[in-house]
Design a protein around this ligand. Structure first.
Ligand SMILES: NC(=O)c1ccc[n+]([C@@H]2O[C@H](COP(=O)([O-])OP(=O)(O)OC[C@H]3O[C@@H](n4cnc5c(N)ncnc54)[C@H](OP(=O)(O)O)[C@@H]3O)[C@@H](O)[C@H]2O)c1
Length: 325
């Protein structure tokens, strides 16, 4: 059974392992069907997972993952924390965006479209998927604040922002007196530690909960891949196949030995390492089968010692901080 934590400094409590929902309705994936989606979502809830992370762009066509997640949750909607996103190219699923997907006009359209697809009256965490270079953050924050005040949205978060953009959003919200972002969703796993340069320090400073995406590096950190081999039906057997060919197998071999020596699975190491980072609130991995969800829900329970963390630093070095002067 997964544990529970506050998302950043907010009162929103989420499971330490969440379910990433970008597989729902994804082509060539087990969860392409509603039946298989229902099985994964039900297994997640039964395993104690409360955080479900989706976006308006996910699925075979934009919006499909939201629609399928909404159906799968059905009467259990009130038992979970539903997180979705706006701000990437939804290809018209939310109506025209004129390229400014942080604008007040677009946000008002996008939220109504997400609510309709999810079949709910409210979104627990509404995340700004990626910065919009056209719209001032003041306008985006004011529009999101309107949604929070109306009750359509309970909390707001952001994603893919750099350190200075995180600081900027925080100070503009303070200046305007609007709702503040409580979470930051960024690419972060043992193989890609760039978030540690600016994002995780900024999140710690401003009390944001980090939701690391690609926690398993698309599955490369599960231990199920080997040089030149991807199990049939696995994500890297049909998408981003070069990741298997280009992987550092010497490094991944050391990782497997590290796990084995401690009686852990590779997934337990990947999840627990992320969960041990002070800014991380919940590890949102995708899953395509109920057994994966059940395994993942238990996978953040190991507490690494300082020696374990140092040994992992040797295998997966942090990105060196570059001196700017
Ligand atoms: N904010 C953003 O810009 C952004 C970008 C990307 C993702 N995200 C979010 O982050 C979430 C997580 O990312 P992700 O799911 O793409 O990447 P991931 O967690 O690195 O990889 C998940 C994939 O690994 C495989 N897997 C998971 N658990 C497994 C297990 N126990 N045993 C064996 N294989 C297992 C599954 O694929 P197969 O079974 O198909 O091999 C699963 O779909 C997404 O669902 C999405 O909500 C956000």
């Amino acid at each position: 059974m997964t544990s529970y934590r506050r998302l950043g400094k907010s009162g929103l409590t989420v499971s330490t392992v969440g379910l990433g929902c970008n597989n729902l309705g994804r082509a060539n994936t087990a969860t392409e069907s509603q039946e298989a989606t229902d099985a994964v979502v039900n297994a997640a809830i039964d395993a104690g997972i409360t955080l479900f992370d989706v976006a308006d762009t996910y699925g075979r066509e934009p919006g499909l993952s939201e629609t399928m997640l909404g159906k799968a949750l059905g009467g259990r909607r009130g038992d979970v924390v539903l997180a979705t996103k706006f701000g990437m190219d939804a290809k018209g699923a939310n109506g025209p965006d004129f390229g400014a997907r942080g604008s007040r006009r677009y946000i008002m359209q996008a939220v109504e479209a997400s609510l309709r697809r999810l079949g709910t009256d409210w979104i627990d965490l509404y995340q700004f998927h990626t910065p919009d270079p056209l719209t001032p953050i003041d306008e985006t924050l004011a529009a999101l604040d309107t949604l929070v005040r109306s009750g359509k949205v309970r909390y707001i978060g952001h994603s893919n922002r750099s350190g200075w953009q995180i600081a900027q959003a925080e100070y503009v919200a303070r200046e305007l007196g609007t709702s503040r972002f409580i979470s930051s969703q960024n690419h972060y796993n043992l193989l890609d530690r760039r978030a540690e340069l600016e994002v995780t320090p900024a999140a710690e400073e401003f009390g944001l909960g980090v939701l690391p995406y690609f926690p398993l590096a698309n599955g490369l950190l599960t231990g199920k891949y080997s040089p030149g081999h991807a199990p049939e039906g696995s994500r890297l057997s049909h998408t981003r196949t070069a990741m298997v060919d280009e992987a550092d197998w010497d490094q991944l071999g050391k990782y497997s030995v590290f796990a084995k020596e401690r009686g852990l699975t590779e997934i337990e190491v990947a999840f627990s390492w992320l969960a041990a980072q002070p800014s991380v609130a919940s590890v949102i991995a995708g899953a395509t089968r109920p057994e994966q969800v059940r395994q993942n829900a238990e996978a953040a329970s190991w507490t690494p010692t300082p020696e374990d963390l140092a040994a992992l630093d040797d295998i997966f070095p942090a990105v060196p901080k570059v001196a700017l002067f």
